[in-house]
Each structure stands twice: as structure tokens, then as C-alpha cells.
Design a protein around this ligand. Structure first.
Ligand code: SAM
Length: 457
């Protein structure tokens, strides 16, 4: 397959759109407000916005599109690191092979203990994370680990972030009933990519670039992409990520299920200074809002690399999934069980517990969701996208979100949370105009409050 990222094409697009008139910017924002996506030229126009008035309108339009498509729901998850063995030497990463620290992969018992802590926090969705090392962390181990996690209790969806691999290996992952296969391109700029991933398997730009194509060829329907912002020019990266999405749509019939927007953080063995000026908060908000408008149907994921303040703001303007209570070391959820403190992959900036995050979301009028129904009901890939495009996803996600958060409150909530959720649920029920749907939900909520678990539509 021919690579679909062409540096000169992106640079030319960004150059041509750099002098868009205020009128043209206005037109593009009017089109963006329809929530139907944008052309590459239109994305260029938005990426080149610099003045405050246009930027503020961009932020507002993205917020409106987000609430039109996603309503007030915000999905919660947590990462689970099970192995920090890594043969790669990504210059920015705490797990790079040149960093000498005692490495480990978790045993079955250790994974079960991690899952128990995550469950006690209320989590139902995990993102499984490993470094790349075929000998110390083979795919067979990852596949077994998925079984152990599902067996350990009540985790209902495992998204998997393992290194780019073969169609055959993706088939084996698919058989394990994973949720989304997530892989970040890190940077789409090939010379920068090759420079930051020296002498390693991951240094093969095309192996990384076509990984989602291979995963989809293997039958994995939901794939997630991402850029590590701060490695290269953000305007180039956003344009390239949308081109990647277009290539998946063209070649595989459906684009990214989710995109992630990690920003480079301090990690051991690296200095942020050697990566240039980074991406400012203002630029970061621009990135999230343009992605929301360019890919209106993709989930946008924000991790605890960002502060509470930034997370709170961006939830209003495009973010639809957040991690909470995260630890980024192998065994970190049970740190005291190990002699050596686990080495973290990077530093986190929001250390609130899931309960604190949930309370803050509710107080702002957002509906926190632990829903995992879609992929268990076969609403994946283009089936999912068709429902979203028809504006119907809310009809399923909204009741499911209410059911899962009520289940959470019953099992883990303190008095304040239970009260918050009771009144929030009442006000959400009041918004439902169809009496049949309303009654169905009231009945299901009654079952949840009697202790029935995992109800969904
Ligand atoms: N081994 C897998 C791979 O190669 O894609 C998974 C990588 S890792 C567990 C998940 C992500 O963390 C990476 O893809 C990278 O974007 C991000 N990451 C690495 N170092 C980081 C840093 N210093 N700051 C923020 N994010 C970082």
C-alpha cells in the first residue's frame, strides 16, 4: 500500500490556508457547526486561526457540536500497565531500553490484584498497556492477561494498546474480544519519527502507519489513533491525523473510533527542553476543538497527563472520554506489594480519584458513563458509525450511562454522591419526552437499585 501522508502536500495546504480572510474563517465555522466534518482545506483554515475572536468562536462551535452529537455524557476508564519490558528506544519515553531500571511483567495473581483495586474504584473499562518486547512480553502473554482480567471480576471492556503487529496477531487479539485497538503514530512527520525512534522495531514508520489497516484487515472493527503532541508542529499533525482517518475510511470503510491527544510530559531519562517549545494550552485547546469538528463522530480521549483545570475546560469543547485515578507504572495500583517502586511511563497531572472526577462532572451537568454496551451489542465499526451519523447513538448511550452510573453509586458511592446521582437522574428523566422509553428506563433503574448489575439496552 502507498503511504497516504505526503509532507509536501500537507505543508502546501497549511501554506495556502494561512492567509484566509475573516470572512472565509466565518464560512468554515458555519459549515463546521453542522457537525458533518470538514475538508482538508477547511481544516487548514481553522488550524491557521490566530486571532482571539475567531478562536473563541471555534471553541464555542466545537462545544455545540459535541453536545449535539454526544449529549452530556463523558465516558470513564483507567489504564492498566502490565509489562514495562521494552526493546524500543523512543527518546521521549520512560520505558525506553536505555533507561536502566528493574523491569517486570505482572503474574496472573498480580494482575488480579491490580484489577481488584481498579474495580474497587468502580472501573469497568480498561486500557491495557505494555512496552514492546517479543521475548519478555510476547503476544501470548498479553492474550492470557486479557483472559485473567476478564476472569478476575467485572471488567467489561478492555481496549488494548500494544505495539504495531501482524494481521495474524491482530486476529488473535480480535478473538479475545478486545474493545478498541489503540495505537498512536506519535508523529506523522517521517524524518522526525525516524529520528525519535532510533534503531528499533518501532523506528519503521510504515509499520506504524499501516497498523490500523492491518488490525481492520484482521477483523478488529474499532481502532483508535493518536499523536504525541509536542514532538512536531501541531498543525502538521492534526492535518495528518485527519488524512489517516480518511485513508481508513477509503480503504477499510470506517475511520477512527477514537483519537487520543496525549501531550508530551516529563519522563525519566528525558528532558522536555530537548523537545522544543512544546504545545501551549491555547494551542492544545485549538487541537481538540478542530479534531472535534473534523471528526465529529470519533470519541476524543484525554488522559491524566493533563491537569484538572484543562480537563474540566476541554470536556466542554470536544473531549468525550477521560481516564481517572490512573497509575502509569507496572503494578502501581498495588505499589506497596513490590520491593522496587514501579517506574512510571510519564508523570500524571490529575491525581483525583474516580469518585472526585465523577462528582465534579455531575456538578457541571455532565453524565459520567461506565457504559460498555455498544461492542457487546455488535454496535462496532460502520454499524456504530451509521447509528451516530443518524443522530441515534444518544438513544442508547444516554439510558446506558444513567444505568451504569446508578450501579456505580449503589456499589461505591458515599452519601454526597448518592444524593447527587439521585437528583441528576430525576432531572435527566424529566428530559425524556417519549413515555414508553421513559417508563422502560424507570423500570430498569428500579432493577439496578435492587442490585441487578450490568443492565443495558
Ligand atoms: N508499546 C506501545 C506502542 O509502541 O505503541 C504502547 C505505547 S505506551 C504504553 C502508550 C503511549 O504513551 C505511547 O504511544 C506514547 O504516545 C505515550 N508516551 C510515551 N512517553 C510519553 C511521555 N513522556 N509523555 C506523554 N506520553 C508519552
Amino acid at each position: 500500500m502507498e503511504p497516504f501522508i505526503h509532507i509536501q502536500e500537507i505543508e502546501a495546504l497549511l501554506h495556502q490556508t494561512a492567509s484566509a480572510t475573516p470572512r472565509r474563517i466565518h464560512e468554515v465555522l458555519d459549515h463546521a457547526a453542522l457537525g458533518k466534518g470538514l475538508s482538508f482545506e477547511e481544516i487548514g483554515v481553522l488550524l491557521n486561526i490566530e486571532d482571539d475572536a475567531s478562536l473563541n468562536r471555534l471553541f464555542q462551535v466545537a462545544g455545540d457540536v459535541k453536545s449535539k452529537i454526544y449529549g452530556n455524557r463523558v465516558v470513564l476508564f483507567a489504564p492498566l500497565y502490565i509489562s514495562d519490558y521494552c526493546k524500543n528506544n523512543c527518546t521521549y519515553c520512560g520505558y525506553k531500553r536505555d533507561n536502566l531500571f528493574p523491569r517486570r511483567k505482572l503474574t496472573r495473581e498480580e494482575i488480579i490484584r491490580e484489577v481488584q483495586v481498579l474495580e474497587a474504584l468502580g472501573h469497568k473499562r480498561l486500557a491495557l498497556e505494555v512496552g514492546e518486547d517479543e521475548v519478555n512480553c510476547p503476544l501470548d502473554y498479553v492474550l492470557e492477561a486479557i483472559d485473567w482480567i476478564y476472569e478476575a471480576g467485572d471488567i467489561r471492556r478492555i481496549n488494548v494498546n500494544v505495539a504495531a503487529t501482524t494481521v495474524e496477531n491482530y486476529r488473535r487479539l480480535k478473538e479475545k474480544k478486545i474493545g478498541t485497538y489503540i495505537l498512536f503514530q506519535e508523529t506523522y512527520h517521517r524524518p522526525t519519527y525516524e529520528n525519535l525512534h532510533p534503531q528499533s522495531l518501532k523506528g519503521d514508520y510504515e509499520r506504524q502507519l499501516f497498523a490500523h489497516h492491518r488490525a481492520m484487515e484482521a477483523g478488529i472493527e474499532d481502532v483508535g489513533g493518536g499523536v504525541l503532541f509536542g514532538l512536531y508542529d501541531y498543525k502538521f499533525e492534526v492535518m495528518a491525523m485527519v488524512m489517516h482517518n480518511a485513508a481508513l475510511e477509503k480503504d477499510r470503510g470506517v475511520g477512527f473510533h477514537t483519537v487520543s491527544v496525549p501531550r508530551l510530559k516529563k519522563a525519566s531519562g528525558m528532558s522536555l527542553d530537548s523537545f522544543g517549545k512544546g504545545v501551549s494550552d491555547r494551542e492544545f485547546k485549538k487541537i481538540v476543538t478542530i479534531l472535534r469538528l473534523a471528526l465529529p463522530y470519533a470519541g476524543i480521549i484525554l488522559s491524566t497527563r493533563e491537569t484538572e483545570e484543562i480537563r474540566t475546560d476541554l470536556i466542554h469543547h470536544g473531549i468525550s472520554q477521560v481516564s481517572a485515578g490512573s497509575q502509569t507504572g507496572v503494578g502501581s495500583y498495588n505499589e506497596s506489594a513490590f520491593e522496587d517502586k514501579p517506574t512510571t511511563q510519564f508523570e500524571v497531572s490529575d491525581d483525583r480519584s474516580p469518585m472526585e472526577v465523577i462528582k465534579s462532572l455531575l456538578k457541571m451537568g455532565f453524565l459520567p458513563s461506565y457504559c460498555t454496551a455498544c461492542y457487546r451489542m455488535g454496535r462496532t465499526g460502520d454499524a456504530f458509525m451509521e447509528i451516530v451519523r443518524a443522530g441515534k447513538i444518544g438513544e442508547m448511550c444516554h439510558p446506558n450511562a444513567l444505568l451504569t452510573i446508578n450501579e456505580y453509586a449503589l456499589q461505591y458511592g458515599d452519601d454526597e454522591l448518592k444524593e447527587l446521582i439521585a437528583s441528576f437522574t430525576l432531572s435527566e428523566l424529566e428530559k425524556i419526552t417519549n413515555p414508553v422509553k421513559k417508563q422502560k428506563l424507570i423500570d430498569a433503574l428500579a432493577l439496578v437499585n435492587q442490585g441487578v448489575k450490568d443492565l443495558y439496552v
